[in-house]
Design a protein around this ligand. Structure first.
Ligand code: AMP
Ligand code: TRP
Length: 336
């Protein structure tokens, strides 16, 4: 395979990444990095502005923390380019050019856009940038002409628009500047969409998300991990150890399935009323404290100064690729 380049990113709306971000996307980034892929790991600060435009300075601070979490999860800045979106201005130029050739209907139909619109309740204060979110994401991706883009399931609609814009660009300007890229989404549904620690009003598990406050953060201390798991949602009808559990609908059992080599036995005991939820919570806490230990250790090795240096080097490497693509794009469009 000639093209070994990979691009992905996360928004800087929060200073801490969670287990969902890790399982859905970061885990794949680290594995591909270690398999010798040429990784470009971006922190999307401009995308954060689509919802947090009033807190722009906070986004910049968050971006540095997200970069530390990438490293904590195993991204090696010696191997992979780690950079902040706004440090590579080519992303803005390609976004502008793509915005001219993207039909409005494609953006209005995006499920993530419709959800955000509902959350906001009114269209009056809805920024223009929110509708264009997938166009900017497409620019992020295509600048690097990647083989694939590793993300969680919720990003699939954006990736589809990206390949559609690429095809439309090639057709309009008669040059094959862009090739389609692959969607690298975990096959295991529990990883592609990791449930949170809580349930919705119908008692159904929903995805882990900072907006629901149901997360385990990668940088959590052992005490925080224990505290969060103590409050986690379990089978509501299982009040005593001897009551039968329903592991499929229990947050704690779902994590045991992800992280415990012994989950099958634990599930059987839960179902049979042979183990209590307290025991499952205790075992899960121990497993997660161990699982996240190397994350905490790697994170502690990087201070703010070294992060700035890493980001400057990463942006330089990204700019080299991005500016070459922009030259091709301008030439294809006859812009000089
Ligand atoms: P976000 O935090 O929404 O900016 O997402 C950053 C990345 O993490 C994207 O690739 C998402 O698809 C992925 N992601 C976020 N939450 C989850 C989750 N609960 N399960 C799996 N992947 C997730
Ligand atoms: N929209 C992505 C998210 O919410 C973040 C993102 C921005 C991204 N640009 C990207 C992901 C390019 C993959 C490729 O997580």
């Amino acid at each position: 395979m000639a093209n070994r380049r990979i691009l992905s990113g996360m928004r800087a709306t929060n200073p801490r990444l969670h287990l969902g971000n890790y399982e859905g996307a970061l885990r794949n980034w680290v594995e591909m990095q270690n398999d010798g892929f040429d990784m470009f790991c971006m922190v999307a600060d401009w995308h954060g502005l689509t919802t947090m435009y009033e807190d722009s300075a906070e986004i910049s601070r968050n971006a540095r923390e997200v970069a530390k979490d990438y490293i904590a999860a195993g991204i090696d800045p010696e191997k992979s380019a780690l950079f902040i979106q706004s440090h590579v201005k080519e992303h803005a130029e390609l976004h502008l050019l793509f915005s001219m050739i993207t039909p409005l209907g494609w953006l209005e139909r995006t499920p993530t856009y419709k959800e955000k619109q509902q959350d906001l309740g009114t269209t009056e204060r809805e920024p223009y940038g929110l509708l264009g979110y997938p166009v900017l994401q497409t620019a992020d991706i295509l600048l690097y002409k990647p083989y694939g883009v590793p993300v969680g399931r919720d990003q699939a609609p954006h990736l589809e628009i990206g390949n559609d814009i690429a095809a439309r660009f090639n057709r309009l300007y008669g040059v094959e500047v862009f090739q389609p890229y692959k969607y690298l989404i975990p096959e295991d549904e529990n990883r592609a969409k990791v449930p949170g620690l809580d349930a919705d009003e119908n008692g159904v598990l929903r995805k882990m998300s900072k907006s629901y406050d149901n997360c385990i953060y990668l940088s959590a201390t052992p005490d925080e991990i224990a505290e969060h798991i103590k409050k986690a949602f379990t089978t509501p009808t299982k009040l005593r150890k001897t009551d039968p559990g329903v592991p499929e609908g229990c947050a704690v059992c779902q994590y045991l399935k992800l992280y415990s080599p012994d989950w099958q036995r634990q599930w059987d005991e839960d179902r049979a009323g042979e183990r209590g939820c307290m025991q499952s919570k205790k075992e899960l806490t121990e497993i997660l404290v161990e699982f996240l230990r190397p994350f905490r250790e790697r994170r502690a090795q990087f201070d703010d100064g070294s992060i700035e240096e890493i980001l400057a080097k990463g942006a330089e490497k990204a700019r080299e690729v991005a500016s070459a693509t922009m030259s091709e794009v301008r030439a294809a469009m006859g812009i000089y």
